[in-house]
Design a protein around this ligand. Structure first.
Ligand SMILES: [Zn+2]
Length: 166
C-alpha cells in the first residue's frame, strides 16, 4: 500500500506483509517519522496469559485504501458502510449506510451482509460469491466488494488476510 508521510510528504510503499496484529508502527523511509494509518479501531491485542505465550495469536486484517482495521478477540467487530460511523467507510451509491460487518467469534471470522445490494466475496482459489442478508465464514485471503463485484486488482476492493502476532 502507498502511505504519504505527514511530516515530509514522502511517498512510502509499504509491503502488506509488514502489517501484523497490532497498530502498524512503520517509520517513513525518508525522515523516520511514524506513518499514520487511518483505521480507527486498530488496537493492540490483549496480552495473552503467560501459559499461552507460545501460541501465536492471529487476527484478520482489513485494508481499504489507506485504512487498516484489525479484527481479533480484543476488537471483535468491524463495520463497513456508506455512513461515516463505520470502521471502513465506502462512499458509493451501491453501498448501504450500514452494509456489512466482520466479526470474530470463538477463533473464527465471519462476514455478514445486511445491505440492499448484497456483498461480493472472492477468496483465493475459490469462486467469487455474492451474499445477501446472511453470514459466511472467512477462511482465506481475499477481497470484498460491498454492493459491487471486485477482483484482487480492483482499486475499490476491501482486502482481507490473516495476520499473526510478530
Ligand atoms: Zn517523512
Amino acid at each position: 500500500m502507498i502511505v504519504y508521510c505527514e511530516e515530509c510528504g514522502f511517498k512510502n510503499t509499504i509491503d502488506d506483509a509488514r502489517i501484523k496484529c497490532q497498530r502498524p508502527q512503520i517509520p517513513c523511509e525518508k525522515c523516520g517519522d511514524f506513518l499514520h494509518f487511518y483505521g480507527r479501531k486498530v488496537r493492540l491485542p490483549k496480552t495473552p496469559p503467560p501459559e499461552q505465550k507460545e501460541a501465536p495469536r492471529s487476527c484478520l486484517i482489513l485494508k481499504y485504501g489507506k485504512v487498516v482495521v484489525i479484527v481479533n478477540e480484543a476488537n471483535a467487530r468491524a463495520e463497513i458502510g456508506r455512513q461515516k460511523s463505520n470502521d471502513i467507510q465506502v462512499v458509493n451509491d451501491r453501498v448501504s449506510r450500514t452494509h456489512a460487518l466482520i466479526e470474530y467469534k470463538d477463533g473464527k471470522y465471519f462476514l455478514t451482509d445486511q445491505s440492499s445490494n448484497g456483498t461480493y466475496l472472492l477468496m483465493e482459489r475459490r469462486k467469487g460469491i455474492a451474499i445477501r442478508n446472511k453470514e459466511i465464514m472467512l477462511t482465506a485471503k481475499g477481497v470484498i466488494g460491498p454492493g459491487y463485484k471486485v477482483d484482487f486488482k480492483s482499486p475499490d476492493a476491501i482486502h482481507i488476510w490473516f495476520g499473526s502476532t510478530p
